[in-house]
Design a binder for this molecule. Structure first.
Ligand code: ATP
Length: 415
């Protein structure tokens, strides 16, 4: 059985992954959970997301399908915030994962879908489901079941004791820095060194204490054991499409659509301009087509790279297009344009700078009596290297593939 759940939480509290963690415990007497539960991030541009557009899926071998349904239904009813304006839970239980469901996942991570798209496929495939209120969560629930991950990472989420929800999280900061030092680059986005911040714990009223991301379950466990904190009520290691660029489409600058995420090739058409608040924008051009690229203030030190780009730099940019602007997640500088400066030539005899011999009469050195026709062109070196640059951990999008995972390329990982 494949169980998919989404849209159970609100800004005020709860979390679909917490519901998953509790449900897993309740399902254990009814069967065997196959592999790891899946934490699936969907299109980051989706309008009604609470935070990171996450959905979850569990695969279960069970001889008690009716009881499994009952337990899943009860748990969704008990642990959803039905009062949330935009909380519209969806629960899907399928007996198999079909190619159509996998195609639906592909669309849900890259496009904007409607509730009727999910219902149509659910009905066509005769899949059992329950949608609550508007039932928008059926989109994510179905997509999470359909997700097949050619590339994946892990996240261990630790949850708080219920009595502490809404209170300040107690986490020993020194132990977090130590855990990062012990395991980076097998884990990432626990801390942000440049911005001197711990970034793996939310600040909201939800049940999550922290999340440890990485490629290696052993390293993640080492972080978990190193960190000292308030008591952990429960924890789950998820397999996830986070950190894989699953949302990124290879696109042409002339064809981009709003609410989709792309890798685009082009040339810097003007240096970046800052607006109030410290947000930076520059146009990227390919033939006649242009798009505005943005590095917003929260991307912090990434902006120092963007400020150094000049007319003619050849780039690939990665990010989501919203209202015609591409929000940068990372860039690959393919070629740096030359900065050419001109100056008076040097005297071939004494090597001193020559002076003008008068309008249209070239240059001369009075001392050596030498003469030269015109100014010389000099290449000024760029204080920037080619390769990949990314936003720092503090500004990372869940789905963005961090540069620590791109070891074969010329990368400048933000740490
Ligand atoms: P959290 O990260 O705290 O779990 P969230 O950010 O995942 O919250 P949800 O409460 O899950 O937010 O709300 C997202 C809603 O958007 C869900 O109803 C989900 O089904 C729907 N959704 C997901 N992907 C798409 C998509 N591609 N197009 C339209 N709707 C989508």
């Amino acid at each position: 059985m494949f169980i998919g759940i989404d849209d159970t939480d609100s800004e005020r509290g709860l979390c679909t992954t917490y519901l998953c963690a509790v449900l897993m415990e309740r399902l254990r007497p009814l069967g065997d959970i196959v592999g790891r539960p899946k934490l699936i991030r969907l299109n980051p541009c989706a309008r009604f997301k609470t935070r990171g557009n996450a959905a979850i899926a569990i695969e279960l071998k069970s001889d008690h399908p009716t009881e499994v349904r009952d337990v899943a239904l009860e748990t969704v009813q008990e642990l959803s915030d039905f009062s949330g304006m935009n909380t519209n839970p969806g629960l899907v239980i399928a007996s198999q994962r079909t190619l159509q469901m996998t195609a639906f996942y592909q669309r849900a991570v890259t496009e904007i879908l409607e509730i009727k798209d999910a219902k149509k496929l659910l009905d066509e495939e005769r899949i059992w489901y329950r949608g609550f209120k508007k039932g928008r969560g059926l989109i994510g629930a179905l997509a999470a079941i359909g997700a097949v991950l050619p590339d994946f990472t892990y996240e261990l989420i630790a949850y708080r004791e219920r009595a502490r929800w809404g209170t300040l999280r107690r986490i020993d900061e020194e132990s977090v820095w130590r855990a990062d030092a012990l395991t980076y680059p097998r884990t990432w986005d626990t801390v942000d060194h440049h911005n001197n911040r711990i970034v793996f714990a939310p600040h909201s009223g939800d049940p999550v204490l922290f999340g440890i991301r990485g490629s290696d379950p052993e390293a993640i466990l080492e972080v978990f054991q190193t960190i000292k904190s308030e008591p952990v009520e429960r924890s789950v290691l998820y397999q996830t499409n986070q950190g894989t660029d699953a949302h990124i489409l290879q696109g042409l600058l002339s064809d981009v659509l709003d609410c989709q995420s792309y890798r685009l090739h082009g040339f810097v058409a003007e240096p970046a301009k800052a607006i109030a608040g410290g947000h930076l924008f520059f146009p990227l051009q390919e033939n006649e087509a242009r798009i505005n690229c943005a590095a917003f203030e929260p991307t912090k030190n990434f902006r120092t790279i963007i400020k150094q780009l000049i007319l003619g730099d050849e780039l690939e940019v990665y990010g989501s297009v919203q209202e015609g602007t591409l929000n940068l997640e990372k860039i690959n500088i393919l070629h740096l344009a030359d900065i050419v400066e001109t100056s008076a030539p040097l005297c071939p005899e004494c090597q001193r700078r020559m002076e003008s011999a008068g309008k249209g009469q070239g240059y001369r050195c009075r001392r050596c009596k030498t003469h030269a026709e015109g100014r010389v062109h000099l290449l000024r070196s760029r204080d920037l290297e080619t390769g990949y640059y990314e936003v720092p951990p503090i500004a990372r999008r869940h789905l963005s593939k961090p540069l620590v995972r791109m070891d074969s390329e010329k990368v400048h990982p933000a740490r």
